[in-house]
Design a protein around this ligand. Structure first.
Ligand code: AMP
Length: 299
C-alpha cells in the first residue's frame, strides 16, 4: 500500500526571529514525504533542476522515499524566500522563483498509478486535476491549496475540490475560499463543495475537522521552542495520511487518530529549520508524543 504525493521540491531561504537558512531543502512534497515516511512507503512526483544537490536526494532515499517519479529538468530548481515575524502563523513571501517548476506537468509513472492514497500538494489546481486523471482508483485523495490559487484560479480549484475526498487548508484560506469569516460556517460551506471532510489548520491554535454530522477539534501540541514553521502544514498532511494509510478503514476514530499523528509530526518539524528535525526524528519519538497528547487533552 503506497502513498503518492505530487508537489514542489524546493530550495528555501527562510528567516525567523530565531535564525535563518539559505537555500535549504524545502518544498511541499518534500515535507510531506519525509513526514509520511515514518508510517508508510511514499512515491514522490515533482521536478528539480540540474543544480539540485545530490545530498538532498540521498537524504530522501535514506528515508525510503521512492524518487522514480522525480524529474530532473534542464535549468534551476524552484526557490522560495520568506520570513516570519514573532507571529509565526504568518509566512511573508519575499521571492518565488518558479524556474523548472514553471513548465512542470506531473507525469505519474505507470508503476505509481495504482497508489491507494494521494496527496495533491499545493500546486496549480489544473495540474492537481491532471494527477487525478492519471491515477486509477485511489482509496483516498487529500488536497491542499493556497491563497494564490484561491484568488487566481478559483473556478479550476472548485472543480478539483469537487473530485477529492478530504480538503486540507489553513484558517485564512478556508475563510477566503468560503467567503465566510466564521471558521465553522466556512468549514460547512467547504463541505458543500464536495469533499467528505474538511481539515482546517490553525497554526499554534491547533486544528479542526468537519465531516457530515461530525466535528473534531484538537489543540496544537504545546511547544515552547518553535524555530521555523515552514512546512508545518505539509508535515501535518504527511503524518495524517501516513497514519490513516495504516488503518483498516477511515472510521471517525481512525481519522481522529490520524489528525493527532499529523499534529504530532508537524510539532517536530517546526523544532528546527528546514527538514533537519525530520531527519533525526524516530517513530518512537512520534509515538511517545502521541501518548503525551492523549494525556494532555483528556478530561
Ligand atoms: P507550508 O509551510 O507547509 O505551507 O509549505 C512551505 C513550503 O511550500 C516551502 O518549503 C516552499 O518551498 C513551498 N512553497 C512556497 N510557495 C510555493 C508555491 N507557490 N508553489 C509550491 N510550493 C511552494
Amino acid at each position: 500500500m503506497s502513498i503518492l504525493v505530487v508537489g514542489s521540491v524546493a530550495l528555501d531561504s527562510v528567516r525567523t526571529p530565531f535564525g535563518e537558512v539559505e537555500e535549504a531543502l524545502g518544498g511541499s512534497a518534500t515535507f510531506f514525504s519525509l513526514a509520511a515516511s515514518f508510517f508508510n512507503r511514499v512515491r514522490l512526483v515533482a521536478v528539480v533542476g540540474q543544480d539540485f544537490p545530490e545530498e538532498h536526494l540521498d537524504f530522501l532515499r535514506s528515508r525510503g522515499v521512492d524518487l522514480r517519479g522525480l524529474q530532473v529538468a534542464p535549468g534551476r530548481t524552484f526557490r522560495w524566500r520568506g520570513y516570519y515575524d514573532y507571529d509565526l502563523n504568518e509566512a511573508h513571501t519575499l521571492e518565488t522563483q518558479l524556474n523548472v517548476f514553471e513548465d512542470f506537468r506531473p507525469e505519474i509513472p505507470e508503476e505509481y498509478r495504482d497508489s491507494e492514497f494521494v496527496f495533491l500538494a499545493n500546486i496549480d489546481p489544473v495540474l492537481q486535476a491532471g494527477v487525478l486523471d492519471q491515477v486509477r482508483s485511489p482509496r483516498l485523495v487529500l488536497c491542499d491549496t493556497m491563497n494564490y490559487w484561491i484568488e487566481n484560479r478559483r473556478d479550476e480549484l472548485l472543480k478539483t475540490i469537487s473530485r477529492v475526498d478530504y480538503l486540507l487548508l489553513n484558517d485564512a484560506e478556508a475563510r477566503q475560499l468560503a467567503g465566510e469569516p466564521n471558521l465553522i460556517s466556512a468549514g460547512r460551506k467547504l463541505l458543500e463543495m464536495g469533499p467528505s471532510r474538511v481539515i482546517i489548520k490553525k497554526g499554534e491554535h491547533g486544528v479542526i475537522m468537519l465531516g457530515e454530522g461530525s466535528f473534531f477539534s484538537l489543540p496544537a501540541y504545546p511547544l515552547e521552542s518553535v524555530f521555523d514553521p515552514t512546512g508545518a502544514g505539509d508535515s501535518f498532511g504527511g503524518g495524517f495520511l501516513g497514519a490513516l494509510s495504516r488503518e483498516p478503514e477511515a472510521s471517525e476514530e481512525a481519522v481522529r487518530r490520524a489528525v493527532v499523528y499529523g499534529s504530532v509530526t508537524a510539532s517536530f518539524a517546526v523544532e528546527d529549520f528546514s527538514c533537519r528535525r525530520l531527519g533525526t526524528l524516530t517513530r518512537e519519538e512520534i509515538d511517545a508524543r502521541f501518548r503525551e497528547f492523549m494525556r494532555i487533552t483528556c478530561f
